[in-house]
Design a protein around this ligand. Structure first.
Ligand code: MSP
Length: 520
């Protein structure tokens, strides 16, 4: 009997196609991709959505500056974003554009529904607007010198007739929901911030604009376009066909398991979005997870600051697996991380070349030299075997406890404990001495165990580095079917006895820091 797989639905924010995407944007997308691949390995039907957020004043202004219509402008950029994701091996299932008809219809439907039930009303808006962030602020929220509290740029006074969404009405329900679902906002520091924000008093949200027209029209008042954040957030359900003739995907995957993003937009995802859903009578997502920022020496990476690092250049120089590994390994859960090319090279040389790459090189070298290249367990073992096998057996669960919180850095660290243990096992068992003393049965067992650990580590790290497995299998003399690819293949002893090693180049060659940095 076929049993239905459990589902896992993960999203990234949809990106503004206004600036060139940088390595900071790539973090969220790579992390979501690794989560999807991990869940698939564990038997889930995993679905991953990303896309572009194409409306709003900022895009309209950019298009004008480029002498194009807004649609021409965004069309010219979206292909570049998709090819960046291809370059980074992002295996998304759907790419939604907020200019897609399938999306616009759902936004209009929801806006109409919430208006019909009396939660959207018309009033005069008077307040401050930050165009780069597409965000309204009250006087009290502004930073020094009337600047945007998020990006520090000047805000503009906006006076206009607008529609307002009665968020205030839902504040108590939101607080109750958060209390009953303590894991909803992750990590906890963000949860506490959001609770105190709502407790200070939730104001109604201005959800339409009349001073520009690049947006989705308010269905009952064509002078207005829907506020870009109301529009954008709805992508998470419009992409699944919510409210359309074919909502099979919505039925299957909603509620989302994880909305992933950086901390700058947690407020939109953890307060505004759930309240829109409450008003619409739609079930809330299960988790909203905010990671930190990737910082350059002089602050958050952003184009206006001129400190953008181009992922295309980095991938060409260091390879996609290494870049993905670095991003996911360096960004501690919920914290900011500093980016520098030196830190990247350091990570490649230490974790990848020294620890993992060298484990493969020395293992394949010794099997070739001492055992004619054949991997086969011997009749005897060593006193160090039990501990190695125990750690190998515990590693998947150790990793999972972090992956399931989207704490990928710690999950990778758990796998690397096994790599370290295997390197120590080489030193402890001293295979060269076993060889010299003619202890061939023990030697065979030691070599088999090392090959088996390499097989398991490689399966576990595939979601982070999708290309590494084929290189490792080639050196270990395994076909990908023999090696296995999901967690059912993690049973100890899965390495087929009799496989023949085929030594190759180091999978992660050491990088000469001075040369790499000097060559820029
Ligand atoms: N369009 C909105 C999102 C709407 S979602 C309904 C938006 N777009 S964005 O292109 O400006 O940024 C999207 C996301 O990129 C951020 O939330 C964050 O996840 C990621 N990052 C952008 N810069 C980043 C860093 N420097 N570091 C880490 N993540 C960064 O906001």
């Amino acid at each position: 009997m076929m049993t239905e797989k459990p589902t896992f639905y993960i999203t990234t924010p949809i990106y503004y196609p206004s600036d060139k995407l940088h390595i900071g944007h790539a973090y969220t997308t790579v992390a979501a991709d690794a989560m999807k691949r991990y869940k698939k390995q564990r038997g889930y039907d995993a679905y991953f959505l990303t896309g572009t957020d194409e409306h709003g004043l900022k895009i309209q202004q950019r298009a004008e500056a480029a002498g194009q219509t807004p649609k021409e402008f965004v069309d010219g950029i979206v292909d570049g974003i998709k090819s960046l994701w291809r370059l980074l091996d992002i295996d998304y299932d759907d790419f939604i554009r907020t200019t897609d008809a399938r999306h616009e219809q759902v936004v209009q439907k929801l806006f109409q529904k919430i208006y019909d039930q009396g939660d959207i009303y018309k009033a005069e808006y008077s307040g401050w607007y930050c165009t780069p962030c597409e965000t309204f602020f009250t006087e009290r929220q502004l930073a020094e010198g009337h600047t945007c509290p998020d990006c520090g740029r000047p805000v503009e006074m906006a006076h206009e007739e607008s529609y307002f969404f009665q968020m205030s009405k839902y504040a108590d329900r939101w607080l109750k929901f958060i209390e009953e679902n303590p894991d909803f906002i992750q990590p906890e520091t963000r949860r506490n911030e959001m609770i105190s924000f709502v407790k200070q008093g939730l104001e109604d949200l201005c959800v339409s604009r009349t001073t520009f027209d690049w947006g989705i029209k308010v269905p009952f008042d064509e002078k207005h376009v829907v506020y870009v954040w109301f529009d954008a957030l709805v992508n998470y359900i419009s992409a699944l066909g919510f409210g359309s003739g074919d909502d099979a995907k919505f039925q299957k995957y909603w509620p989302a398991d994880v909305h992933l993003m950086a901390k700058d937009i947690i407020r939109f995802h953890s307060i505004i979005w759930p309240i829109i859903l409450m008003a619409a009578g739609v079930e809330l997502p299960k988790k909203v997870v905010a990671h930190g920022w990737l910082l350059m020496q002089d602050g958050k990476m952003s184009k206006s600051k001129g400190n953008v690092v181009d992922p295309v250049v980095l991938v060409e120089k260091y390879g996609v697996d290494a870049i993905r590994f670095f991003l996911l390994r360096e960004m501690a859960y919920g914290m900011d991380a500093n980016y520098s090319e030196e830190a990247l090279i350091n990570c490649i040389n230490t974790d990848l070349a020294n620890d993992y790459g060298n484990l493969l090189s020395r293992t394949t070298a010794m099997i070739t030299k001492f055992l004619g290249g054949v991997v086969e367990p011997g009749a005897e073992g060593t006193e160090f075997d039990v501990e190695l096998k125990e750690l190998a057996a515990a590693t998947p669960a150790n990793m999972a406890q972090y992956m399931d919180k989207v704490d990928i850095a710690n999950a990778v660290a758990e796998v690397w404990k096994l790599v370290a243990k295997a390197n120590k096992y080489v030193d402890d068992t001293a295979p060269w001495a076993l060889n010299k003393n003619g202890e061939t049965e023990k030697l065979k067992t030691v070599m088999y165990n090392l090959a088996e650990v390499l097989r398991q580590v490689t399966i576990l790290i595939t979601p982070v580095m999708p290309h590494v497995a084929e290189k490792v299998w080639a050196q270990l003399g395994l076909s990908s079917e023999q090696a296995g690819s999901d967690w059912t293949a993690l049973e100890w002893g899965g390495f087929p006895a009799g496989a023949k090693i085929s030594r190759g180049e180091p999978i992660f060659p050491r990088i000469d820091t001075a040369k790499a940095l000097g060559a820029e």
